[in-house]
Design a binder for this molecule. Structure first.
Ligand code: SF4
Length: 372
């Protein structure tokens, strides 16, 4: 029994566990690192979107309850069989970054970008994913996992690929091989992950213009290597170099680790950056007594602080800010969907339309084949 829970919260937690036992092997609960503790305690697996999509793809559970946000549950539905039911406990749990690139916007930008950058569309050849031959130059679309299924389908059909923050460099290498030495990648929706990954690969910032629908390009498209869609994460955008300076003034020996969705100035001022799984491992590897500031979502930072009482761990932003949509998965919602599953319903089922299943599956399978 968790003494930090109120009697009502404890009753919900107990009921969820009863329902899990009742559903047995038919049920798999996946929990993202940004979920609150009272959800994570019920998850079969806790992980980042890459790890959880692998777990969904490997599972033969009839019901996969995804405690995360909408695009994650969509990816799980694409990667699982038609007989499996993927459930999102709260249908309002979306992602503001994913919403910053709609299919309509991307389709309308695509033709302009091809023309202005002087590149060809990989879809115009027999195998859109073939490695570019001599003299060929393509625009290869890469979408972050944090995007809707119809964008993943667009990417899949145009010879592109999905990436996560765990494997973004490997994915970009894959895409550059297909784009050709004079080709480019269109990276969406998160400009920061694209820019930070390109920067880590030695690509000059001049060769990474930003594209904003309705406004156009900031920078030269011709000769560019990565065209960055304008999107961003409202949580990670909050972390700044000034916060790092402040932390270091209080902890001169302190270490700073941030997520690559943070702005480049913050990533460059930090000691290390990587996916949520990377951050977990990084914190675990630091010596006892270390002081560590973390630039990512507060539920994960607070959990790491609990797991490592021998280290001083704080959120880089003192005005701590949870991801408001991840926070929409409340234990009461989890209990409710499990009750309804036991009653024979398929509550809050996420079903990606058949017309966009094939292309999005190609893009996701390409992603899963890339080593981190
Ligand atoms: S933390 Fe940012 S990118 Fe992740 S789900 Fe929340 S809004 Fe989206």
């Amino acid at each position: 029994m968790d003494t930090s829970l109120s009697p009502e919260e404890q009753a919900i937690a107990d009921r969820i566990e009863e329902l899990r036992v009742e559903l047995g092997d038919e049920l798999l609960i996946l929990g993202h690192h940004y979920q609150r503790d009272s959800i994570v305690q019920h998850a079969d697996f806790l992980g980042d979107s890459f790890m959880l999509s692998q777990k969904a793809a490997e599972s033969d559970a009839k019901y996969i309850v995804f405690c995360g946000v909408h695009f994650m549950a969509e990816s799980a539905d694409i990667l699982t069989s038609d007989e499996q039911v993927v459930v999102l406990p709260n249908m309002r749990a979306g992602c503001s970054m994913a919403d910053m690139a709609t299919l309509t916007e991307v389709e309308s930008a695509w033709t302009t970008l091809l023309e202005e950058a002087g590149l060809d569309d990989p879809i115009d050849r027999d195998d859109p994913t073939a490695v570019a031959g001599s003299g060929e130059k393509f625009l290869v679309p890469v979408t972050y996992m944090n995007s809707s299924a119809d964008l993943k389908d667009f990417v899949g059909r145009h010879g592109g690929i999905v990436c996560t923050s765990s494997n973004a460099q490997g994915v970009l290498n894959w895409a550059f091989e297909r784009a050709g030495k004079d080709g480019a990648v269109l990276f969406f929706p998160d400009q920061h992950l694209g820019r930070n990954t390109g920067n880590a690969m030695g690509i000059s910032l001049d060769l990474m213009p930003t594209w904003t629908p309705g406004i156009g390009a900031m920078g030269e498209l011709k000769g560019s290597r990565i065209i960055l869609w304008h999107g961003f994460c409202s949580v990670h955008k909050r972390f700044t170099p000034e916060q790092i300076v402040d932390f270091r003034s209080r902890h001169p020996e302190g270490i700073v680790v941030v997520h690559p969705e943070c702005p480049i100035e913050t990533v460059e001022a930090s000691d290390a950056n990587g996916s949520t799984q990377y951050i977990r491992n990084f914190v675990g590897q630091q010596a006892s007594g270390s002081s560590i500031a973390i630039g990512t979502e507060i539920n994960m930072v607070a959990r790491l602080a609990d797991e490592h009482p021998d280290k001083h761990i704080e959120c880089l932003d003192s005005e701590i800010c949870p991801c408001s949509t991840m926070y929409m998965i409340h234990p009461a919602y989890l209990m409710d969907v499990l009750e309804r599953i036991v009653d024979g319903e398929k509550p809050n089922q996420i079903q990606v339309p058949p017309a966009i299943q094939e292309g999005s599956l190609w893009a996701l399978e390409r992603m899963l084949s890339i080593k981190k």
